[in-house]
Design a protein around this ligand. Structure first.
Ligand code: ZN
Length: 196
């Protein structure tokens, strides 16, 4: 049988029919929505925790967000914090190929910041496992924590990741004509004539 009888092109690992290809193609719309819901829920927990400390005046140890009030071990578990930072890093990374043009630049910025945020959590996790802390601190301490306390620092980190993600989402949902033409997913809410 001659190879010319094959009607469809051979499948590639990064082709539109692979799992990653679908995730960044026709599944991008729903994958992105599900991921953003998880990210917003987590960011909201950090905001609630800051509210509990600064507005309600609760002691830091008791200010555990919403989920943490019912499940205190969640907030006090370094594995949970590391796991979340990893999920966020993998999620941003996995959904990056679906972004094009201006949206991609902003999504990439979120990826770079989350990569560093994840390194900080890896340092905390390492200290929790080995039982030895950095800088002679009484509790696991990350590098930027030398400058900013933990509650404020992670609120800042999550905000620094969240803002470029939202800018990227805006440009992804309302793309320029050229970005819309280059896009493989159905996320865009405003349709453009196929010109570039
Ligand atoms: Zn998309």
């Amino acid at each position: 049988m001659a190879s010319t009888t094959f009607a469809s092109p051979p499948s590639q690992s990064h082709g539109a029919h692979s799992f990653l290809g679908k995730l960044n193609g026709r599944w991008h719309r729903w994958a992105l929505r599900a991921f953003v819901i998880i990210v917003v829920a987590h960011w909201a927990e950090h905001l609630v925790q800051a509210y509990q400390v600064y507005v309600l005046g609760w002691p830091l140890h008791q200010a555990r967000g919403v989920l943490g009030q019912a499940l205190p071990w969640l907030v006090h578990s370094e594995v949970m914090h590391y796991g979340y930072a990893l999920i966020m890093l993998v999620g941003i990374w996995t959904l990056l190929p679906g972004f094009v043009g201006r949206a991609r630049a902003w999504w990439l910025a979120a990826l770079v910041i989350q990569f560093w945020h994840h390194i900080e959590h890896a340092l905390l996790q390492g200290q929790a496992i080995t039982g030895r802390t950095l800088f002679g601190a009484p509790v696991p301490t990350s590098i930027a924590q030398l400058v900013i306390p933990r509650l404020e620092l992670h609120l800042v980190y999550n905000t620094l990741v969240f803002v470029p993600m939202m800018v990227a989402m805006y440009y992804h949902l309302f793309p320029s004509a050229s970005d819309a033409a280059a896009s493989r997913c159905s996320c865009a809410l405003r349709s453009h004539p196929a010109s570039s």
